[in-house]
Design a protein around this ligand. Structure first.
Ligand code: SAM
Length: 219
């Protein structure tokens, strides 16, 4: 049974202080990070790593994103409590759990079956209710579109057209795009049916987006 003690809470407060120092300003995002016990996503042996501002392996060659990255992407989304959100790359479920503190309506899709199953069990055990899917999120999740916000948590070679199509007018897509070594964080806003604006932020290093519009496209 996992417990959330004063020590863990103290470690989270220290992490949030670091995120603030690194430039995260959205108080709701910072509060969400302070609320979610990140150590629940780690084996007990790695407690110390859970509250370092670092990515960490979660199996299947994938990682739980660095807290700064989670905070940065969440901040760019400008989430409102009524937003319908699609997350591509459930992974450990941590980013999804942070999003759930900001809006209850989260759809999340994972490519690797073992991670999808593990995250699904995690959510159930902790009374969390995102809509979970197994499949190729590089094509979005058309059945439930449009989304007010879409967040991609793996590095993409291009901005998949399917994701643009599944954005509501006024909606925001946050996606890291680049090569396999480094990706620029983009925020794309659908300002009208046929009109999008693009903002570029700093470089990050994500695991690759897989699937048809990802790095193994066409295979
Ligand atoms: N949001 C995750 C978290 O909080 O742990 C981050 C996980 S990791 C940085 C990126 C995830 O994207 C991996 O679990 C990977 O399997 C998944 N992924 C890669 N390509 C995908 C695709 N086409 N569709 C869905 N998930 C994908």
């Amino acid at each position: 049974m996992q417990t959330d003690t004063y020590r863990h809470k103290g470690m989270r407060r220290a992490l949030v202080k670091q995120l603030r120092e690194k430039g995260i300003r959205d108080e709701r995002v910072l509060a969400a990070i302070e609320t979610v016990p990140r150590h629940y996503f780690f084996d007990k042996a790695f407690l110390e790593q859970a509250y370092q501002d670092k990515a960490f392996p979660i199996g299947e060659g994938q990682t739980i994103s660095q807290p700064y990255t989670v905070a940065f992407q969440s901040e760019l989304l400008q989430l409102r409590p009524t937003d319908k959100v699609l997350e591509i790359g459930t992974g450990s479920g941590y980013q999804c759990t942070v999003l759930l503190q900001l809006t209850p309506n989260v759809f999340t899709i994972e490519y690797k079956r073992a991670l999808y199953e593990k995250a699904r069990i995690f959510f159930k055990k902790h009374g969390l209710n995102p809509h979970t899917f197994h499949g190729d999120g590089s094509q979005g999740l058309p059945t439930y579109a449009p989304y007010d916000k879409i967040i991609v948590t793996a590095g993409a070679p291009i901005v998949p057209k399917e994701l643009l199509r599944q954005l509501a007018v006024g909606g925001i897509l946050v996606i890291p795009v680049g090569n396999e070594q480094s990706q620029k964080m983009l925020r794309i806003t659908r300002v009208a049916e046929e009109e999008f604006t693009k903002e570029e932020f700093t470089d990050f290093k994500f695991v690759p987006l897989l699937g048809r519009s990802g790095w193994d496209g066409g295979m």
